[in-house]
Design a protein around this ligand. Structure first.
Ligand code: AMP
Length: 361
C-alpha cells in the first residue's frame, strides 16, 4: 500500500475476531509496544483477556464498527470470512490489512483456484457447480471419488462432502444447502504441506520453512518443520507463496496449503487453499523460530521491518490440543522442553482447538 505511514510506538491495532489467533496476535503486538483493541460478537473470546480494549458487537453493526475504527490505527483480522461491507465501513477510516483483493480472492474457492491457476500454479482439477445438473456434468468430467465443496464459508472439513461411487448427486448438493459449490478431483497426495510467509508494505518478503501437516478428522493435529520434502520442492513452495503475495499486493502473514504428490517425475505441489491470516500450521514459529508468525504479521501491517524466519533446532513439532486432549495439560507442564500455549477458552468441546504444544529437537 503506497503512502502508508509506519505505526508509532504505542499505536493501537484493531483485530476482528476474538479467538486464539487474535489472542496470540494481541500478545505479539504487546511485545512490540503496541496496544490491541479486539472486536468480536458475544461469545467465548479468549483474545479479550490479553487486549487493552475490546468491543462486543456484530460484524454488521456499522455504528459500532465506526466507533471501533475511530479508536485504532490499523485493522487486521483472524478469519477470512470478514464481510466485505465490514471491511468497507472500517476502510473509510483506516486500512484493513490484508486488503480487499486478498479477502475477495480467498473467500471464494472458485475465485481462489482461478487465481492460483492464473499464476501457472497447479491445483486439483475443479469445476463450478451451481445446481444438480452442473454437478452431474462435473462428476462426468472429473470422475469419482471427488469432493464437493461450498465456494464460501468452509473450514476444517465443514461445507464439503465426498462424491463416491453410487452417491445420490442431488442429495449431496442439497446436503450442502444448495449453495454454489465447486467439485474437485480427489488428489492422491503423499502428504499435506504448507508455507507460511509474510509480505510488507514495501514488498519485502520472508517465508518460514515449508512444513508438513497431519490432519485427523479434517482438523490439523500436528505440524512438523521442516517438511520431509526435497530441496527443490521446498524452494518451489516458497516461490509459489511469493508469486501469490505479489499478485495480491499482499500485506501481512498468510499461509498456502498444498498437496505434495509423488509420481514418476518426482515431487509436485498442488495448491489447495490460501489463508489470508496467521495460520495453525505456523504455530510452531511461536517457540520454534526467531520471529513468530504473530509478531511477523504485526511487523508487516505496522509497516515495520520483517523479522528473521530461521528455525530453532533441527526439527520443530507442534501438536494441537483438540477437545479433551486439553486434559493433558498438567503432563505437558511437567515435560522438560515442551512449550505450551493454552488458549484460555471457557468451554472444552469436541473438535475445538484448546491449545497447542511445541517441541524442538
Ligand atoms: P479444505 O477445507 O479444502 O482445506 O480441505 C480439508 C481437508 O480435506 C484437506 O486438508 C485435505 O486433507 C482434504 N482435501 C480437501 N480437498 C482435497 C482434494 N481435492 N483431494 C484430496 N483431499 C482433499
Amino acid at each position: 500500500m503506497k503512502g502508508f505511514v509506519p505505526l508509532r510506538q504505542g499505536a493501537t491495532i484493531g483485530f476482528l475476531g476474538g479467538g486464539q489467533l487474535g489472542r496470540m496476535m494481541a500478545m505479539a503486538a504487546a511485545r512490540l509496544g503496541l496496544k490491541a483493541h479486539v472486536y468480536a460478537p458475544a461469545g467465548d473470546n479468549p483474545a479479550f483477556d490479553v487486549a487493552a480494549r475490546h468491543t462486543v458487537a456484530a460484524y454488521e453493526d456499522e455504528a459500532a464498527l465506526s466507533r471501533f475504527a475511530a479508536q485504532v490505527d490499523v485493522v487486521t483480522y483472524e478469519f477470512e470470512n470478514v464481510p466485505a461491507r465490514t471491511a468497507e465501513v472500517i476502510g473509510q477510516k483506516h486500512p484493513v490489512l490484508p486488503g480487499p483483493r486478498a479477502l475477495a480472492t480467498t473467500q471464494d474457492r472458485l475465485l481462489e483456484k482461478d487465481f492460483v491457476r492464473s499464476l501457472g500454479v497447479e491445483t486439483a482439477p475443479y469445476m463450478a457447480v451451481d445446481d444438480g445438473g452442473a454437478l452431474a456434468r462435473a462428476v462426468a468430467a472429473i470422475g469419482r471419488p471427488s469432493i464437493l465443496k461450498t465456494r464460501r464459508f468452509g473450514y476444517d472439513g465443514k461445507g464439503q462432502t465426498a462424491v463416491r461411487m453410487g452417491a445420490d448427486l442431488g442429495g449431496l448438493f442439497r446436503g450442502l444447502g444448495g449453495a454454489p459449490c465447486i467439485l474437485e478431483g480427489m488428489v492422491a497426495f503423499e502428504k499435506e504441506v504448507s508455507v507460511v510467509a509474510a509480505r510488507g508494505h514495501d514488498g519485502a518478503f520472508a517465508a518460514y520453512d515449508l512444513c508438513e501437516n497431519v490432519h485427523e478428522n479434517h482438523i490439523l493435529a500436528k505440524t512438523l518443520a521442516p517438511a520431509r520434502a526435497g530441496a527443490a520442492t521446498q524452494a518451489r513452495a516458497v516461490e509459489i507463496a511469493r508469486a501469490i503475495a505479489e499478485a495480491l499486493d499482499y500485506v501481512g502473514v498468510f499461509a498456502v496449503e498444498m498437496f505434495l504428490v509423488r509420481d514418476d517425475t518426482g515431487e509436485r505441489l498442488l495448491v489447495n487453499e490460501i489463508a489470508p491470516r496467521v495460520h495453525n500450521s505456523g504455530h510452531w514459529t511461536l517457540d520454534g523460530a526467531l520471529t513468530s508468525q504473530f509478531e511477523q504479521h504485526i511487523r508487516a501491517i505496522a509497516g515495520w521491518p520483517l523479522g528473521a524466519t530461521a528455525r530453532h533446532g533441527a526439527r520443530v513439532e507442534m501438536t494441537n490440543l483438540i477437545g479433551d486432549q486439553m486434559d493433558r495439560w498438567p503432563g505437558i507442564l511437567a515435560e522438560p522442553g515442551a512449550m505450551p500455549q493454552f488458549y484460555g477458552k471457557a468451554e472444552t468441546r469436541a473438535g475445538r482447538k484448546m491449545g497447542h504444544v511445541t517441541r524442538i529437537f
